[in-house]
Design a protein around this ligand. Structure first.
Ligand SMILES: Cc1ncc(COP(=O)(O)O)c(C=O)c1O
Length: 359
């Protein structure tokens, strides 16, 4: 068996060390005599796994003590609805910044529950830049301001935390959480699906400031009510126990790498060399403005789209998988999350250079 480099946008590559540890512990976890999958979520062993996972997450994010951390289900997509359900608190407007496909999805869902005020949009620029914050029009009667810190499909990433004019700042961090340090205290709420930087699909993390809890609409389903989930340690219903365990292993791995500040340096190095390879070539190009290019998702197109199929099949044959761009934008996309080793990026760059040489 030989493992390939997986550039998939999510679910995506996991650290090999984590997979090996999970394999070793598959049949018997510690002295429990059973697999983590078979344990009661109320039992001593699993409670220990859950507590360590949560503590490690809080430590890595440096989340202050007046924030609750929840581990929920149904993906970031469910959060698009849960956020208005929980945070509108009687208001009828929320401000959103539209920087790409995922912001657009969040806006579409929120519009079912409130009036969405578009504070800024980069749609006219085909989502290749972040609208200048000085020009944002945030409506003061909004319950919150929502933005997407990394647009997984468009390859656009904020390298700053926007000012929210005093409103709770809400951020979809699905595709860049734990890839760079962030000051959690600037946010009302952060949410992120696990399947890019944190583990397998099936867990969504929510970090929410405590004063925002307890104002859910009366018709909010119990499992979607942050206050109820906080009170029951995210165990209002049976959690996806094995996914929590794997998330915990990824967090332990990240701590062994030196934590978020250390992995950020690796992420900068990986992204810089890949963008440099694209910019210096005459075959590949990336349309995103340089100051907001994503370190996590690097989309690029070939000069002639007729070469796409050959590029992808040859890449696959060279052990480089998952490079096809999202169906809505086409082209290529290399997702280079925390678990992608620098050697994987080097292998991609070498393949791209050779493909260019022969075309
Ligand atoms: C930035 C962002 N937000 C939301 C989602 C939706 O996540 P899920 O499929 O877990 O609901 C994704 C998925 O790729 C994403 O990249």
């Amino acid at each position: 068996m030989s493992r390939i480099y997986n550039f998939s946008a999510g679910p995506s590559a996991l650290p090999e060390e984590v997979l090996a540890q999970a394999r070793d512990e598959m049949l018997e976890y510690g002295a429990s005599g059973m697999s983590v999958m078979e344990m009661s979520h109320r039992g001593k062993d699993f409670m220990h796994i859950a507590a360590r996972m949560k503590t490690d997450f809080i430590e890595l994010m440096q989340a202050p003590s007046h924030y609750q951390v929840l581990f929920l289900q149904a993906g970031a997509t469910a959060q698009f609805a849960m956020i208005p359900h929980n945070l509108l608190a009687g208001r009828t407007v929320a401000s959103y910044v539209n920087t790409g496909s995922w912001s657009s999805s969040a806006i579409k869902e929120a519009a079912k529950y409130c009036r969405v005020h578009l504070a800024a949009s980069a749609e006219a620029d085909k989502f290749t830049r972040i609208p200048e914050p000085a020009g944002w029009d945030i409506s003061a009667d909004s319950a919150y301001l929502h933005y997407t810190s990394n647009e997984t499909i468009n390859g656009v990433e904020f390298d700053f935390i926007p000012e929210s004019g005093g409103l709770p700042l809400v951020c979809d961090m699905s595709s860049n959480i734990l890839s760079r340090p962030v000051d959690v205290s600037r946010f009302g709420l952060i949410y992120a699906g696990a399947q890019k930087n944190m583990g397998p699909a099936g867990v969504t993390v929510v970090i929410v400031r405590e004063d925002l809890l307890g104002h859910a609409r009366p018709d909010t389903p119990a499992v979607f009510d942050y206050a109820l989930q906080a009170k029951s340690e995210s165990m209002l219903n049976t959690p996806p126990t094995y996914n929590w365990y794997l998330l915990g292993l990824v967090l332990q791995w990240l701590k062994r790498q030196g934590g978020v500040a250390a992995i950020e340096q690796v992420n900068i190095a990986k992204a810089q060399k890949l963008y440099q390879a694209i910019d210096s070539s005459s075959l590949y190009s990336n349309p995103v403005h340089k100051n907001c290019r994503s370190r996590m998702n690097v989309p690029f197109v070939l000069r002639d789209a007729a070469l796409d199929a050959e590029f992808l099949s040859k890449a696959e044959a060279n052990g480089l998988s998952g490079l096809q761009g999202h169906r809505s934008v086409g082209g290529m996309r290399a997702s280079i999350y925390n678990a992608m080793p620098e050697a994987g990026v080097d292998a991609l760059i070498a393949f791209m250079a050779e493909f260019e040489r022969t075309h």
